[in-house]
Design a protein around this ligand. Structure first.
Ligand SMILES: [Zn+2]
Length: 424
């Protein structure tokens, strides 16, 4: 056997042993709350989850014994997954022009337990949307975000919410293609209104999105029940034919939609029926501002946790104090934590302009509304990961990335791990 004289003198033997440690408390798995349990992490992976007494039999007695006893009531949650988030910490994704500014918003949410997120844009002129998408795609390349959510610009002027009416437009497949290209595979979802010309039907925006494996999310719409029903059917069929593994969503059900009335059901009736059939997953901004907590409880009770995404719809003011902020081209005033379009014409301000909560706050509010903890957490982790087909995150399950959130009994965050590393 010859020896290559150029070979470097690498130390022989096995690579460095993985760093193995446990996190203890009442562990929230996708299906259960396991009291007095442990999550064992090796490097960036979860390697074991179970009740303490089983750890010894699993050969992990030493690892668990080396972990301090948790305070009673300590909860161990999966890292949360937010599919609708415009920013926080003073910066919003629709307005960022540097990677650093975008990371400020990402880290604001990560420190509070959101370890996977889409960065959401708002309606803007086409060139701005392309630029922002390209910038955020760089963060997705580096694994800092899971991708991009484009909210607009193909939205109903009648249900525009905080979107700039001058920049809304009818469906334009050319713009979709530009965004897909700028996103380099990271444009994951787009909110579209089926009542806007050019969105549905052959050759429409929704078809182009599905072709590019981007989830069309029904929202900001004035559609009738029938139009919404037809659109859901069209998108669900297209996804199952050419983008298996993705699930259709509705953007913040109830908000920025024609409301449900018993003589005019609007899109909400169609969405609830589709969710009950398992065809659609509906977002709820369960922050106690966008929706009555009783509505959150009722919807989860009606369609089941597997059809509900809890989201923040957060904007730059998340984690910040009241004051003036930007949301794309719109000026927003935050008062008592409620963001509204700055509108001197309205005594109580304009329409709600995004949220100021972190996703764990939404989980806490949902539990306070009477939803079981395991369901509230599932709607903020396992279900959103599933919508995007992300099999590596979203649950405390052996083999997945070690994204772990430790909270006290009141769901206040005490510690966050992402890929096994402490988030500080
Ligand atoms: Zn939004």
């Amino acid at each position: 056997m010859s020896v290559d004289p150029g070979a470097s003198a690498e130390p022989s033997g096995s690579p460095a042993a993985p760093q193995v440690f446990a996190v203890r408390g009442d562990v929230v798995t996708p299906d259960d709350v396991v009291t007095d349990a442990a999550v064992v992490v090796a490097d960036d992976r979860i390697v074991w989850v179970g009740p303490l007494q089983d750890a010894v039999a699993a050969g992990l007695g030493d690892v668990v014994a080396a972990t301090p006893e948790p305070v009673p009531g300590t909860l161990v949650l999966p890292g949360l997954v937010d599919l609708h988030d415009h920013g926080g910490g003073g910066t919003g994704f629709p307005d960022v022009v540097t990677r650093e500014a975008a990371m400020t918003a990402v880290l604001e949410h990560r420190r509070h337990g959101t370890t996977t997120m889409l960065a959401s844009l708002v309606t803007a002129d086409p060139d701005t949307l392309v630029e922002r998408t390209a910038l955020l795609a760089g963060l997705a390349d580096d694994g800092e975000i899971a991708g991009i959510h484009a909210e607009g610009p193909f939205l109903s002027p009648a249900r525009r919410g905080a979107h700039d009416p001058d920049l809304l437009q009818r469906g334009d497949v050319t713009l979709v293609r530009r965004l897909v290209e700028a996103g380099r595979g990271h444009l994951r979802t787009m909110t579209v209104a089926p009542d806007v010309e050019g969105v549905s039907g052959p050759g429409g925006v929704a078809a182009a999105l599905v072709q590019a494996r981007v989830v069309p999310s029904l929202g900001h719409t004035d559609a009738t029940t029938e139009v919404a029903e037809q659109f859901v059917r069209e998108v669900v069929d297209a996804l199952s034919a050419s983008a298996p593994g993705l699930r259709m969503t509705a953007t913040h059900l109830f908000n920025a939609m024609r409301p449900l009335h018993h003589r005019d059901g609007g899109p909400v009736a169609a969405c609830l029926a589709a969710a009950a059939r398992g065809e659609l997953v509906v977002e709820l901004v369960g922050d106690e501002v966008h929706l009555d907590p009783a509505v959150v409880r009722s919807v989860i009770g009606t369609v089941g946790a597997d059809q509900v995404l809890l989201v923040t719809d957060a904007m730059a003011a998340a984690g910040m104090s009241d004051g003036a902020y930007e949301l794309g081209s719109m000026s927003v005033t935050v008062e008592d934590g409620v963001a509204r379009v700055a509108d001197p014409g309205h005594a109580e301000g304009g329409p709600i302009a995004g949220g100021t909560a972190h996703l764990v706050d939404v989980v806490r509010a949902t539990v306070a509304a009477g939803v079981p903890l395991v369901d509230a957490v599932r709607c903020a982790s396992w279900v959103p990961a599933g919508v995007l087909g992300l099999a590596d995150v979203g649950g405390l399950v052996a083999g997945r990335r070690a994204d772990v959130v430790v909270t006290d009994a009141g769901l206040r965050v005490e510690r966050v791990l992402r890929g096994g590393a402490e988030v500080v």
